[in-house]
Design a protein around this ligand. Structure first.
Ligand SMILES: [Zn+2]
Length: 414
């Protein structure tokens, strides 16, 4: 029985009112968080930033959708395939469903995280009802959904600035398609109540992981996309105010039990640059202090940003894009947006504290992930160290070319 079948067979009988509850998955990374009773209390999460399988990438997958797009300069999604090929060489299309993940698949197999969570930065639909006055619209043909399954993804967070690109029919089809593929979602729904429902994963004796997904206006999500009691949309906040903290705290309080790890996956902030506005930083800390969040999984920036550990809880301000079709697009070269990180976050479920944060450097070429080169890895290590130092953490390059976060708490770090 493979891992996915196991999740399905154990998960179906455990429906909870608040969301789907899943059974235990494959063993996580080895950890010292083992109690005298022999129970392993360590949970390892795989996190990454934007997985943009729409537009150009959809066109190289086995079932490309209608390539028509409504951008100022580009009228066909195939244009993005062309410019990527001009820069990096031919893409052997159609590619298989595993193609885009490349070396990430072996890394996922090697680490064997308990859960795999991505920000799916596209709608999954054949809808033609593009959102008016929005410059860019991402869609992936529903027949290409196996591409998500090919990396064993458990959870797609959807509160972002592309899930409604092809209108309300597009959102509905996205939800239906992902659920039919037994992928859990959070952050978008047919009304506010549904959009707020987190994904809940029961890892047996290890406890539960609860994943909330939230979109902040600061990442360019139109306020009209906010779900309401009688309108579909995303779980949305307009600002980083204490009212927003309290709203999230109420949602968490209603569900969190001792032993639960709560992840807040949030699309926030700008696309480029390393600066974290003080209001955003304060908001993140308040989420840990007042809303009992254990892991903040931030995304929207097209390149990785610094990481803060506050009260032994990680704040990943920006994971950076993971998969996109930007290879032929010029500009912002200094941020090296073709480089990305796989984040493996290990947490002790008894205390909620971070025990290890490992990052594996990757790069994308010809719409496929590969391990970063030595030079690229060193650059990422230096950049992550420089940016995390502002928050009191350091990033160290390991012999195996992975990066480890050191947040100065030797007792907890394994
Ligand atoms: Zn975005």
């Amino acid at each position: 029985m493979n891992r996915r079948d196991f999740i399905q067979s154990t998960g179906k009988g455990l429906l909870a009112l608040s969301g789907l509850v899943f059974g235990p998955t494959a063993a996580g990374m080895k950890s010292a968080a083992v109690s005298p009773s022999g129970i392993d209390h360590s949970v390892t999460l795989f996190l990454c930033g934007d997985v943009m399988t729409g537009r150009g990438i959809d066109q190289v997958l086995p079932h490309p959708g209608d390539p028509l797009i409504h951008e100022h300069y580009m009228k066909s999604a195939l244009g993005y395939v062309d410019i990527a090929q001009e820069v990096n060489g031919p893409i052997p299309k159609p590619v298989g469903f595993g193609y885009i993940w490349g070396d990430a698949l072996a890394e996922l197999d090697g680490v064997a995280p308990d859960l795999r969570i991505i920000n799916l930065e596209t709608s999954v639909t054949t809808s033609d009802e593009f959102w008016p006055r929005k410059g860019i619209h991402y869609r992936m043909n529903p027949d290409n959904t196996p591409v998500i399954r090919a990396a064993g993804i458990d959870c797609c967070v959807l509160a972002n600035n592309h899930v409604l690109d092809w209108g309300y029919p597009g959102l509905e089809e996205t939800l239906d398609t992902l659920h039919k593929a037994d992928l859990q979602t959070a952050g978008a729904g047919r009304n506010l109540e549904q959009a707020r429902v987190p994904a809940i994963f029961d890892l047996g004796k290890k406890g539960r992981v609860i994943v909330f997904s939230l979109a902040s206006a600061s990442s360019g999500v139109p306020s009209a996309w906010a779900a309401t009691h009688d309108r579909a949309g995303v779980n949305f906040i307009t600002d980083f105010s204490s009212a927003s903290v309290n709203m999230i705290a109420d949602q968490v309080r209603a569900l969190k039990r001792p032993g639960d790890i709560v992840v807040l996956s949030i699309h926030w902030g700008s696309n480029w640059g390393y600066r974290i506005p003080s209001g955003q930083r304060e908001f993140a800390r308040q989420l840990i202090d007042k809303a009992a969040i254990d892991v903040i999984h931030g995304h929207s920036s097209h390149h990785p940003r610094g990481i803060e550990v506050y009260r032994n809880r990680p704040i990943i301000y920006g994971c950076g894009d993971f998969v996109n079709d930007y290879e032929g697009i010029r500009g912002h070269e200094e941020y090296r947006g073709d480089l990305s990180l796989m984040y493996f976050v290990s947490v002790n479920t008894r205390s909620g504290e971070l025990t290890r944060l490992k990052m594996t450097p990757m790069r994308i070429r010809r719409f496929q992930l590969a391990r970063a080169s030595g030079e690229e890895t060193s650059w990422l290590a230096a950049t992550m160290d420089r940016e995390s130092k502002r928050f009191g953490s350091r990033v160290e390059l390991q012999e195996d070319q992975s990066l480890i976060l050191d947040w100065g708490n030797a007792e907890l770090q394994k």
